[in-house]
Design a protein around this ligand. Sequence first.
Ligand code: ADP
Ligand code: MG
Length: 441
Amino acid sequence: MFDPWFTLMVVVVVFPVGWLSIVSTPRIRRRVLANRIANSDLTSRAQEVFAAVKVVKANRAESRVFDRFSADSIRALDTAYFLRLDMALITLVVGLLAGSTLILSEYIMVSWIIDQRDTFLGALVASLIGFAVWNYGAYRIAMGQVAGFAFGMRGLLGIWMRMQDLFLALERAFFLLDIEPEVDDPENPLPFPIRVARVRWHNVVFGYNPDQPILRGIDLEAGAGSITAIVGATGSGKSTLMSLLLRLYDPDSGRIEVNDVDLKDMAVDDVRRHAAIALQKNVLFANTIANNIGFGNPTAEPAAIETAATIACAHDFIEAQSKGYNTELGERGAKLSAGQRQRLSIARAVLRDAPILILDEPTASLDAQTEQRVLTNLTTWGKDKVIFLITHRLSTIRNADQIAFLEDGRIVETGSHDELTRLENGRYRAFVETETVETSP
Ligand SMILES: Nc1ncnc2c1ncn2[C@@H]1O[C@H](COP(=O)(O)OP(=O)(O)O)[C@@H](O)[C@H]1O
Ligand SMILES: [Mg+2]
């Protein structure tokens, strides 16, 4: 006698809910997957951005990185939103169905019992028991749905909170790329000289913390067509000296000039456009080798990329990769050795073809012979460029046109290897002697 009602329940509740589950499960699963991928892409992109601030800034690629980063974060937000929306909608439909069925069935049951009461006492008892039993089941289903609803609401709350997290992370990334309190564009910037003849530090004082100067009166001049090796102990301020040339910071006092123009009188962007840098800890992106070399130069021709790679002694190992220049790097792509990564970053700097080239220990992981080859190539290629080289390897330093010895925040000696080794009690001479002792067997 419960058949009609069971049929009703099957038709109204079980069937639609079952159908809904079957239909929605793959959809939800897709959403979960998309959500997960988008989030992990966003996380790795955020990590890239944090690690890359210096490289990104020096390559003036802030806006491109922003675009990529915001596209990724929007995708992550979208997928999270659609996932939760789907879940909430399904919960809502199931809840509504179950709830309305419950009310409808109770109504039917009660009127059915009332109709039959006079006729069959047994039926009444049976139906009452059935009613109670069913009601208990229905109650549990309804409770489940109520809990589901609450869960859905919690889910919504969860999205909201995660969105807050995400916004916070975004704000942080943007903040890191944006802060340049020390560096201002002048109101009427002078153009960067078309032909760079020389770069000059004139009594430059600088400290990250003003009471703790790192550079205490730097005087240094470097001409076009020369390689200047900056030599000094770790922490002596070699990288800081180069950061000032990129206007990552401005001196506290003194000036840095290109020809006779103070860097401060030029636009920050203009200064960075004219200087390329390769670092020891260089940043490669999850992208193809070609695009990594072309990072500072998105319109570069493949031929130009190959030429730059050849100068950096990277062409041969790139060709040996599975897809050559189109080989993907990164977590899911090819892994390169430290020396190979450094050569890519040198190629990236070479491709920029800027009048000023800074090599801040990007040859540290190369063997002496490869470092020498890279330097020889750079000398030929950079005939009209001002090149600064920071390295600890004596065999390379001695070939530089000029050596600047940095100590206690000052450049204490400048000259060629021969000139400096002739100085009695010379600082560079002492350095050469310890190096020679250390590297001799
Ligand atoms: N971003 C920074 N903030 C504060 N201090 C820094 C920063 N970068 C470097 N320093 C400090 O400045 C000094 C010189 O560092 P650096 O120029 O990197 O030396 P080098 O390149 O010769 O090893 C070190 O004492 C270092 O701890
Ligand atoms: Mg350094």
